[in-house]
Design a protein around this ligand. Structure first.
Ligand SMILES: [Fe+2]
Length: 448
């Protein structure tokens, strides 16, 4: 009898452990230390994407100046002789005793002292492929291609991913690379927060850069911070529960500077070929952002509006909900007809919409006629939570749910149609729909 119970117990324990991933890879601690050569190179849109692009990189403290060189890319490699040089802004990131949040019991602290460089290339021609490189005049990156936006509302695609966050080098790498293979012509990528787990941890940022490799320097990123980009900075902050934005954030991103001063580069808007993209910082000062948000929505000249933020308006996973954020933001999304809201945080997948009219809901599914804002929650990293059984508690209808899947999304806009596709880490189609806008600006949703 006892022997049988023992065997059952062993089977159950093994079952439990088989659900967990093995220990994360050990990385060389030198990953936190840059050299004289540029690394962590990241391309961002910071202003009009038809004429302007910014690039940021990291070096050791010894390199106290930076340049970006740029030329129209040609097949003939002598294009490099026609490059223009721009001077970068250099900033020093210097901290001691930064607490390693998840290794606190081991009293692990980080000391950082290195430089970031940020260059903004301006006066570029629309719809033109350029090559750029960055460095200090002696130590240079390779020449890297990117293409400016059209002046007109040409069709385009972009990528969107939820939380990378855990096992970034081990397991997010395959996801980001598969997404680039699926949409090599995507114009940019949206990261909806929790890019890493431990906000100030330089080794984790290095994982993020190593996982994405040259994709990060070729495909512009639009990122907003998640709760994991807000973590205690010093030991004393753990007890006082003080959380600070990742000390790397404003050094390593050069994002549009059109939000509130106190939330610099953590919320902003950007217009791309007929679409207004609005990134929100859902961690702090959400109420203060609503007035800004209303102005940005009210003065939007474009047909489409895409909002991205970390915390979901309608949660995807069990025992999670954000009613304060929903109460502040959803009325504005409704009032100004936001088309789609892209989110993370919940480590599962959900897609649904707030219906405009009750008669559109039949048996818990939206039937085609008039769809309100579509809400998506997705996760790109390895941490996975259980999906909510339904959205019965909400005034919205969930059309698709999923769990235990690393996912990325390819979203295309062409005139009156926004096409959405969600793919798994192995490139299989997981979810798909079209939003079709009529002449009155009302969307209908077609599940594909
Ligand atoms: Fe989160």
């Amino acid at each position: 009898m006892f022997k049988k119970l023992f065997i059952v117990a062993i089977i159950l324990i093994n079952g439990l452990f088989s659900q967990s991933l093995p220990k994360k890879s050990e990385f060389d601690s030198s990953w936190r230390n840059p050299s004289k050569r540029p690394d962590h190179i990241l391309i961002n849109f910071s202003d009009d994407p038809a004429t302007t692009v910014s690039v940021t990189w990291r070096t050791s403290r010894e390199i106290n100046k930076g340049f970006g060189e740029i030329a129209v890319a040609k097949a003939d490699p002598k294009f490099v002789l026609k490059s223009d040089r721009f001077i970068a802004k250099t900033s020093n990131l210097r901290y001691s005793n930064v607490v390693n949040h998840y290794k606190n019991s081991k009293k692990s602290f980080n000391t950082l002292n290195h430089n970031y460089h940020s260059v903004t290339f301006t006066g570029l021609e629309p719809n033109t492929t350029y090559a750029y490189r960055v460095g200090d005049g002696k130590h240079w990156s390779e020449w890297i291609h990117f293409t400016t936006a059209h002046r007109t509302n040409e069709p385009f695609s972009f990528l969107y991913v939820g939380d990378a966050q855990n096992y970034i080098y081990d397991l997010w790498s395959r996801l980001i690379r598969e997404s680039y293979k699926k949409a090599p012509n995507a114009s940019f990528i949206i990261h909806a927060g929790d890019l890493i787990d431990d906000a100030h941890n330089e080794e984790e940022w290095h994982e993020w850069f190593a996982a994405g490799g040259w994709i990060h320097r070729s495909l512009p990123s639009l990122a907003v911070p998640g709760n994991h980009e807000y973590r205690p900075l010093y030991q004393k902050d753990i007890t006082s529960r003080k959380r600070t934005l990742s000390i790397q954030w404003q050094h390593q991103f050069t994002l549009p500077n059109n939000g509130l001063d106190e939330l610099l580069e953590t919320h902003y808007f950007l217009d791309y070929q007929g679409v207004r993209f609005i990134g929100l910082n859902s961690n702090v000062n959400v109420k203060e952002q609503t007035e800004w948000l209303e102005t940005v929505l009210k003065n939007n000249p474009h047909k489409w509006v895409v909002v991205f933020l970390h915390h979901p308006i309608y949660s995807a996973s069990t025992e999670r909900d954000n009613p304060e954020r929903r109460n502040l933001l959803k009325p504005l999304f409704d009032k100004y007809g936001v088309d789609i809201v892209l989110q993370g945080h919940d480590h599962s997948y959900a897609r649904g919409s707030a219906s405009l009219y009750e008669q559109n809901i039949l048996s818990g599914t939206n039937v085609q006629d008039a769809t309100g804002t579509v809400y998506v929650v997705s996760v790109s990293g390895s941490k996975q939570y259980e999906a909510k059984p339904n959205w019965d508690q909400y005034d919205a209808v969930r059309d698709k749910a999923g769990e235990d899947k690393q996912l990325f999304q390819v979203i295309s806009v062409d005139g009156n149609t926004l096409s959405y596709k969600s793919y798994t880490a192995i490139g299989d189609l997981f979810d798909s729909f079209d939003l079709i806008k009529n002449e009155n600006g009302i969307n209908s949703l077609r599940n594909n």
